[in-house]
Design a protein around this ligand. Structure first.
Ligand code: SF4
Length: 235
């Protein structure tokens, strides 16, 4: 293993702040590169201006397995566009790690080893500015919502759906997307997260979003890492 270098933005040990494993100490492997360009992206260094260090899979695995946790999160950017990601996931699984893949679900799993697919399809609220980024806006709109790809992930293994919500009307768009999936999805596995990169922004949206979750049966999902560390790299 390890012949193919991957462009890695960062590897760090932290607390999972989002989703069903919130609070679990986890190693995050952030690949550089993304096929979307969300307007509110909180990791522009892995998407808008992707930067990273070429590392072999052996080097990545050595770094990721030196911490006292079994939980590894493959994130980005978009980890599914990273060459070598399937080899990396398989190697981590062979070492007994619990692998979460955080993906926007625009690329099918294609048999990738994964214990939890954390699927975060993007809403219209993520679209980049049409005047400043016309080409990316078109690409973003063409890719961001692909029901067939999301269904492939749902069928592949354990999953959670995470939506970033900026305004109450977003919930209607989420309902429409879920209807297009044509699956009887347990609503507690559909997580709604307030949009925001500061604790103040999250808290401002929390009251109405938590009420909407109560009305619709979705799971309210805060972002613990913002509360603990703010929006800083390596956390
Ligand atoms: S999919 Fe994720 S990493 Fe890519 S631009 Fe959107 S928020 Fe950023």
């Amino acid at each position: 293993m390890g012949e193919l270098p991957m462009l890695i933005s960062e590897i760090f040990y932290s607390i999972q702040g989002e989703g069903g494993l919130t609070g679990v100490p986890s190693v995050f492997i952030r690949t550089a590169g993304c096929n979307l360009r969300c307007a509110w992206c909180d990791t522009p260094y892995a998407s808008w201006q992707p930067e990273g260090k070429p590392l072999t899979i052996d080097e990545i695995v050595a770094e990721a397995t030196k911490h006292p946790t079994q939980h590894v999160v493959l994130t980005g950017g978009e980890p599914m566009v990273a060459p070598g990601i399937a080899d990396l996931a398989r190697e981590l699984k062979l070492l007994g790690r619990h692998v979460t893949i955080e993906t926007a679900a625009t690329i099918a799993p294609d048999g990738i080893a994964c214990d939890l697919a954390s699927l975060s399809p993007k809403l219209l609220n993520s679209a980049p500015d049409p005047l400043k980024h016309a080409a990316w806006r078109r690409k973003h709109e063409a890719l961001r919502w692909q029901p067939d790809v999301v269904r492939a992930w749902l069928d592949a293994g354990p999953w959670q759906l995470k939506f970033v919500v900026a305004q109450p009307a977003d919930v209607e768009e989420i309902e429409e997307m879920l209807a297009q999936l044509r699956r009887d999805l347990p609503r507690h596995q559909v997580l709604l997260m307030p949009e925001g990169t500061t604790a103040a922004a999250l808290r401002a949206r929390a009251p109405w979003l938590s009420e909407l979750c109560k009305q619709r049966g979705f799971r309210y999902a805060h972002r613990l890492q913002i509360e603990l560390y703010g929006n800083t790299r390596g956390t």
